[in-house]
Design a protein. Structure first.
Length: 165
């Protein structure tokens, strides 16, 4: 529609906002350099803030990673110590079993007899055995205990009160 006024919208309402942009364009040329510098400074500050946030986040992630790895190393070290102790326990138990078997073999009757013969001892013959026959009663006599004075006094007091009761 070639003859239509640009200040009106489609519903024939007058719109001044279309003319306001014309004035801002004139002013924006003057202030554009100031705004551009201000925006540039804001962006630099925002970039610095973002850079600091990124560096701190990376540092925190590295510290967290270090803590996790350190914990895993400590757990692995403890498992290694446990396994070493178990291996040592197995060795000690087998040594204990070996020593018990050696003690049993060393204390066998045959070995004791050989040792006794080596130091000059001999077996007894029947002629060397002497039997003793003791004749006594199978009764055990227990002597009476002597009572102390306090028990005599206690018995006397109890017998005195038993008379009146």
């Amino acid at each position: 529609m070639p003859g239509m006024n640009l200040a009106y919208d489609n519903e024939n309402n007058y719109d001044l906002n279309k003319y306001r942009h014309l004035n801002e364009d004139n002013r924006s040329d003057e202030n554009s350099e100031k705004n551009h510098e201000y925006i540039t400074i804001k962006r630099k500050n925002a970039d610095r803030g973002n850079t600091i946030k990124i560096v701190l986040s990376a540092f925190a992630a590295l510290v967290l990673l270090f803590c996790v790895v350190y914990g895993k190393v400590q757990i692995s070290d403890m498992y290694n110590k446990i396994n070493a102790q178990k291996a040592e326990l197995t060795v000690v138990e087998s040594e204990n079993a070996r020593l018990k078997a050696k003690i049993e073999s060393d204390t066998s009757l045959k070995n004791i007899e050989e040792y006794a013969e080596n130091i000059g001892l001999k077996k007894l013959d029947k002629a060397q055995i002497l039997y003793v026959d003791i004749q006594s009663d199978d009764v055990v006599k227990i002597p009476e205990k002597e009572e102390n004075y306090f028990l005599h006094i206690k018995k006397a007091i109890l017998s005195f009160f038993d008379r009146f009761a």
